[in-house]
Design a protein around this ligand. Structure first.
Ligand code: ME8
Length: 474
């Protein structure tokens, strides 16, 4: 029988700058989700990559005295390196400058044009444009005349552009996002869904999809004097991979809360226009602040993935990022709170349990059963993964660790004369094996190490602690 598929994506990240904790958060979460469905036997695919065209990248390259492609090559490689460091098991790392993406985008745009979803003639398009966001902002989105995210004034945009008739899809999009029959688009968390619906109820305007004065982009197939607006083409990356690999529609677009509108509204409208299916789920997770402040280069508080890995290790980083706060909510990063999280849950919690139990088993020469093949992810996990309750999955695991610790404390096998005959061991070892299995998507390497330690019949205490304790100043 053919396996069911599960296709999850991250945003393609802009290559104006190197990866930071925010990009890492989304990508690790997507990897965890893909690994979970793979563990359940699905043909799970994870797509990630970089977004390389447009005014923002052209400007960043110019600042570094480089050609856009040369600059994009360098930064894109940094992203790929970061994801390899973090053990991200991507099916493809896509770049929007890849040949196949350019071809698929042009075919897509031609289809939009042929079906009449794009106005046949360009018209004057005026608006306030934020290059940092690569999007138009309305007057009431500005704060004291500035883009609230980039704290810069938007530029006046006034040129002849092609238009996509987004307004024609208002009713269908509302119906899809309301999703009363479960066959539409599941926009999560609920507050993002409500946000989308209330914005949609206000009405939709047609949008500009081309640039007359920007060379760094994909030429429109029906008018090569224009390049494609970067967002329109970037969204198509999912289809560039998904369509030929026969995994379309995407099961989950995992994105930050900043770009839900593009994924839940504009992208589905483009797909409907060419007769393709919209994605099944769009999840907009929360944002990190750093010690209470917005993360920004000018504040100098940007946290790089390599800094996290230097402190917590690869698996420790994956763990602390996803356990720190509920996945759909904003949260704050500080080294102090993350150190604490690491020490209490990994060094003292899981690491200590494994070390304690393996030491006792070795000391008492206990033989354990080898039947760990039948262990499956705990019941109820699919439900938690479907709602991206990743922090909850980790909380459940921590509770299991505490329960086993407690059991050991109550039983105190170190005071018993002949503890190797006790059936209590069976329960403890099976409990640890179950924990290893449930942890696999988050901590693939640690999970395998624990499995190996307890594979039976003889147990040897590992030479090194799984998670060395961090020295923290108090
Ligand atoms: O928007 N906290 O790329 P981008 C958590 N190229 N996550 C954060 C974050 C933070 N402080 N900052 C960024 C783009 N992110 C487009 C996407 S997709 C077709 C095109 C994460 O490099 C989060 O996932 O600005 C957010 O949506 C994404 O990075 C934005 O990345």
């Amino acid at each position: 029988m053919e396996k069911s598929k599960f296709f999850v994506t991250t945003p393609v990240y802009y290559v104006n700058d190197i990866p930071h904790i925010g990009h890492t958060y989304t990508t690790v979460a997507a990897d965890v989700v893909a690994r979970f469905w793979k563990q359940l036997g699905y043909d799970a695919r994870l797509l990630t990559g970089t977004d390389e065209h447009g005014a923002k990248i052209a400007a960043a390259a110019k600042n570094h005295n480089k050609e856009p492609k040369e600059y994009a090559d360098e930064i894109s490689a940094e992203f790929k390196k970061a994801w390899q460091l973090l053990d991200i098991d991507f099916s493809r790392f896509i770049r929007t400058t890849d040949e196949d993406h350019i071809k698929v985008s042009q075919d897509f745009l031609q289809k939009l044009y042929d079906t009449g979803a794009i106005d046949p003639k360009p018209r004057l398009y005026k608006g306030l444009y934020c290059i940092g966001c690569e999007k138009f902002l309305s007057q009431n989105e500005l704060k004291d005349g500035l883009c609230p995210d980039h704290l810069k004034p938007p530029v006046e945009h006034s040129e002849e552009n092609y238009y996509f008739k987004l307004s024609a899809y208002q009713d269908r999009l509302i119906e899809l996002i309301k999703n009363e029959d479960g066959k539409g688009i599941e926009v999560q968390p609920a507050k993002r869904k409500h946000e989308m619906l209330s914005k949609l109820e206000l009405g939709l305007e047609d949008i500009s999809i081309s640039r007359a004065n920007l060379e760094w982009g994909i030429p429109l197939p029906f008018d090569e004097s224009h390049t494609t607006y970067v967002w329109i083409e970037a969204l198509i990356n999912y289809y560039t991979y998904g369509s030929p690999n026969k995994v379309w529609p995407a099961d989950l677009h995992l994105v930050g809360k900043d770009i839900v509108w593009f994924h839940a509204v504009i992208w589905p409208a483009m797909l409907l226009a060419i007769g393709e299916q919209p994605p099944k789920q769009v999840f907009g997770h929360g944002f990190f602040t750093i010690s209470g402040q917005k993360m920004s280069k000018s504040l100098g508080n940007v946290i790089k993935p390599s800094e996290l890995v230097a402190r917590y290790g690869v698996e420790g980083t994956r763990y602390v990022l996803l356990s720190a706060f509920p996945f759909g909510e904003d949260g704050d990063f500080s080294w102090e709170t993350f150190d604490q999280l690491y020490n209490s849950n990994l060094a003292n919690g899981l690491g200590n349990l494994v070390s304690r139990v393996s030491k006792l088993l070795e000391l008492n020469k206990v033989t354990i059963s080898q039947d760990q093949e039948n262990i499956k992810p705990s019941l109820g996990l699919s439900e938690l993964y479907s709602t991206l309750s990743l922090d909850q999955v980790l909380r459940n695991i921590s509770e299991k660790v505490s329960t086993l610790d407690q059991k050991l404390n109550e039983w105190h096998p170190w005071e018993i004369k002949d503890p190797n005959t006790s059936s209590n061991w069976n329960e403890i070892v099976q409990g640890i094996r179950q924990i290893a299995c449930d942890l696999y998507p988050f901590l693939p390497e640690t999970s395998t190490k624990i499995r190996d330690i307890f594979s039976g019949p003889d147990v040897k205490k590992p030479e090194q602690a799984l998670f060395p304790r961090l020295e923290v100043s108090s």
